[in-house]
Design a protein around this ligand. Structure first.
Ligand SMILES: Cc1cc2nc3c(=O)[nH]c(=O)nc-3n(C[C@H](O)[C@H](O)[C@H](O)COP(=O)(O)OP(=O)(O)OC[C@H]3O[C@@H](n4cnc5c(N)ncnc54)[C@H](O)[C@@H]3O)c2cc1C
Length: 468
């Protein structure tokens, strides 16, 4: 069969072209790359590539292009929609591509396999800050974060990855190298190509390096955890924060009572900051460039919120340790859902004002679909981005519950569409949401994306099963 011959030739050429330490066919070495965090997808690959330089990526892609071999790029393998798990494609991991190339006063250029947490450390050493922050930061890579346009908890102030990237280096599907790393800020020479690869989920090329914005470190932060009677109050509080402290708000996350209960029951060293329980909570962080008066401004804000009846109760973190403890009550929600059995997930966004109505309608709809299921809407309320996770009913078989995944997704995504929202606010499409993407996306947008894909990757070798 010519296809098989092409594959064998291509595999042999790849093994000859890369140093023996930079590839593997050993099942024990490959195994961890084929399973992902939620254990939803298990992959297979004839060859794992671990290039250490951009030149090696170019060489590998040229060989794959000549032999029409499909490639799945993988960074930290923390993606939540299955796009990084190969199903027979060559697996190209960027793990060894992890050098910092250049730093200056307000930017850093580093290779795609660098881990976000290491970037935080590096920025800290430069007395600077890279603001993107998420629970997977100990493993997520710069290439993966760019390719999924990752968000996280500071989007409300700093934006998502697309807002933080100044330039990229990308190996295209024919092996040519596109670099926008050295372009000046002002550059009006035609199409701006950098953003096209951000959120492309590896379907247009392999990102090998990125130039990222750095920010001054705030002189001080203040963190509060407040109790609320309803979600409308969370929206009112968001507006109050924006009005009273417009430059300071850097994180505002919604936590339902069920989320706090799961965390305090299942995660060690956590407890509610309050003696009584409330239906909803919000954790908020503010950044100030000057320490004097920061605390007074937070206290004044809370007094206004309490007087207006927006907030029922509140605590202010008094130390770095307390700050971490309060943030963990939000950060640990996903982990705390695991011991509660199956959880069907939705990563959606709607206009901020529509969040209370969306949560009400969506909760009613899933409770009708599966009586006894336990909705747990939480997350980035300042971006209109709710993780509408739904835990299984007590005493229901987990597999039986998870067999309703697609039906529940459709139900929720239909409601999202009624609010002109998005069915994927930050995790991407991967292989998980392709059919839902086709149902809920403007056909002209879809056709345009397909045309771009065909133009850049006519043989469909870049992550061919993903996104489109
Ligand atoms: C506990 C947990 C919490 C999370 N929280 C958040 C959150 O708050 N916000 C958020 O946005 N996401 C979140 N995620 C999702 C995930 O961390 C992000 O999607 C992250 O950006 C993926 O980075 P990665 O290096 O692990 O990419 P991978 O999982 O390795 O890959 C993700 C996608 O990018 C492609 N890709 C990877 N590297 C490259 C490259 N160099 N060039 C081209 N394509 C590439 C892959 O093919 C795949 O399609 C979370 C995940 C976990 C497990």
């Amino acid at each position: 069969m010519p296809e098989n011959r092409n594959q064998q030739t291509g595999l042999t050429q790849l093994k000859q072209a890369l140093a023996p330490a930079n590839w593997s066919t050993d099942p024990d070495i490959i195994a961890p790359y084929l399973q992902e965090w939620r254990e939803r997808w298990h992959g297979h690959t004839p060859l794992l590539l671990l290039p250490r330089t951009c030149d090696e990526v170019v060489t590998a892609v040229k060989i794959c292009a000549a032999n029409k071999l499909a490639i799945t790029p993988q960074g930290g393998n923390t993606g939540l929609v299955g796009g990084q798990i190969p199903q027979g494609e060559i697996l190209l991991s960027t793990r060894m591509l992890n050098k910092v190339r250049h730093t200056d006063s307000d930017s850093i250029t580093l290779e795609a396999g660098c881990i976000l947490q290491n970037l935080h450390t590096q920025a800290e050493q430069m007395n600077q800050r890279f603001p993107l922050s998420l629970a997977s930061q100990g493993s997520a890579s710069i290439g993966g974060l760019c390719s999924t346009n990752a968000g996280g908890v500071h989007v409300v102030r700093y934006g998502s990855m697309r807002d933080l990237v100044l330039g990229l280096e990308v190996v295209l599907a024919d092996g040519s190298l596109l670099s926008t790393l050295h372009k000046p800020k002002k550059d009006n020479t035609g199409y701006k190509l950098t953003p096209m690869f951000i959120g492309a989920e590896g379907t247009l090329g392999i990102i090998t390096a990125a130039k990222l914005k750095l920010f001054p470190k705030p002189e001080t932060t203040e963190t509060i955890f407040v109790a609320l009677s309803d979600v409308n109050s969370a929206i009112a509080l968001y507006h109050l924060c924006k009005n009273e402290l417009p430059d300071a708000l850097s994180l505002i996350e919604l936590v339902p009572e069920r989320g706090l209960t799961f965390v305090t029951q299942h995660i060690a060293n956590t407890r509610s900051p309050f003696n009584e329980s409330y239906p909803w909570y919000v954790v908020i962080q503010f950044e100030f460039s000057q320490k004097p008066l920061a605390r007074e401004r937070i206290e004044a804000l809370l007094e206004t919120a309490l007087n207006k009846g927006i907030v029922q109760n509140a605590v202010i973190a008094e130390s770095a340790q307390q700050t971490q403890t309060l943030l963990a009550l939000r950060e640990q929600i996903s982990a705390a859902q695991k011991p509660e059995g199956g959880s069907i997930k939705h990563d959606i966004s709607v206009p901020i004002e529509a969040i209370p109505e969306f949560i009400q309608q969506a909760s009613q709809a899933v409770e009708l679909l599966i009586p006894g299921c336990r909705p747990l809407p939480f997350g980035h309320i300042g971006d209109g981005n709710i993780h509408f996770n739904v835990s299984q009913p007590l005493n229901m078989n987990t597999q039986e519950y998870l067999s309703h995944w697609e039906a529940m997704n459709q139900l929720i995504h239909n409601i999202v569409s009624e609010f002109n929202g998005s069915i994927s606010a930050e995790h991407g499409i991967g292989i998980l949401k392709i059919s839902e993407l086709y149902k809920h996306t403007d056909p002209v947008k879809l056709q345009t994306m397909q045309r771009i894909k065909r133009a850049l990757d006519p043989d469909n070798i870049m992550n061919p099963r993903v996104l489109l």
